[in-house]
Ligand binder design. Structure first.
Ligand SMILES: NC(=O)c1ccc[n+]([C@@H]2O[C@H](COP(=O)([O-])OP(=O)(O)OC[C@H]3O[C@@H](n4cnc5c(N)ncnc54)[C@H](OP(=O)(O)O)[C@@H]3O)[C@@H](O)[C@H]2O)c1
Length: 234
């Protein structure tokens, strides 16, 4: 049975991704800080196929500990999707009101979190068959198509960091046959995206699972895509 690690599984896109992989007969390891009702539901619906492990991506110690727990339950991972992220209210402030020191956690979680996951779960991914890591990025991290924000310094800079990290990792992991993707999931109805968003996270999840499947082993193809497969300019 193939195996997926979904980080940020306690809500929004992460929970939908876990469901999508479970429908597709994967065994799923889900991580987040909270064990929400959504997580409890997955545990009940898919006993023996869905596993939850607490993990806070803002520290190496927590990611290392989670990788050790999961490594005792599987010797490989086919797919990793980093679906966590934060967008605190401070991000919505204009420069004069923006708390710069207060914004450090955004880089720590959004930009450094995926790197911690890569560092501690990379060995399991190298032993998988599909060998795909998907970093959930955003259009907010694109230099080319980023044309309307005058706020969200920290969020946009953190997502640009995820994009750069995905390029470097793809180069580093090429010899191991691992494909790295950076994906804009669309504006989704989640606690981050809000209720005005046009896209259901289930639809984004379906597109992302399809993308991971399509580009598995295609190491020469692009890296940065929208959830529906449209290539995005850096
Ligand atoms: N929603 C949108 O419209 C939109 C648009 C573009 C990009 N994105 C990106 O898509 C991804 C998913 O967003 P979403 O809308 O699903 O957000 P969400 O509903 O707010 O869910 C965020 C997830 O991140 C996890 N998380 C936050 N801090 C964490 C930490 N320190 N350690 C581990 N997990 C942590 C949360 O779990 P815990 O709190 O339990 O830890 C939760 O599961 C994010 O990367 C976001 O930036 C979203």
């Amino acid at each position: 049975m193939k195996k997926a690690l979904i980080t940020g599984v306690s809500g929004g896109l992460g929970e939908c991704l876990a469901r999508e992989y479970l429908k597709g007969d994967f065994q799923v390891f889900g991580c987040s800080r909270r064990r929400t009702d959504g997580v409890e539901g997955l545990l009940k619906e898919y006993p023996g196929r869905f596993f939850f492990c607490e993990m806070d991506v803002s520290t190496e110690a927590s990611v290392k500990a989670a990788a050790e727990v999961i490594g005792r339950n599987t010797c490989s991972l086919d797919v990793i999707v980093n679906a966590f992220g934060i967008l605190p209210p401070n991000s919505a402030k204009v420069l004069e009101e923006f708390g710069i020191d207060e914004s450090m956690q955004v880089y720590n979680v959004n930009a450094l979190g995926p790197l911690r996951v890569a560092k501690y779960f990379g060995e399991l991914l190298k032993r998988g068959e599909e060998k795909v890591m998907v970093n959930i990025s955003s259009e907010a991290g694109s230099m080319a198509t980023h044309n309307h924000y005058i706020i969200r310094y920290d969020y946009c800079m953190s997502k640009a960091g995820v994009n750069m990290q995905s390029i470097i990792l793809q180069r580093y992991w090429k010899q191991d046959g691992i494909k790295v993707l950076a994906v804009h999931p669309g504006w989704m109805k989640t606690s981050m995206g809000g209720q005005r968003a046009p896209l259901e996270p289930e639809d984004a999840a379906r597109g992302i699972v399809e993308l991971a499947k399509r580009y598995s082993h295609d190491l020469e193809a692009g890296i940065y895509f929208d959830y529906d497969g449209t290539p995005r300019d850096w």
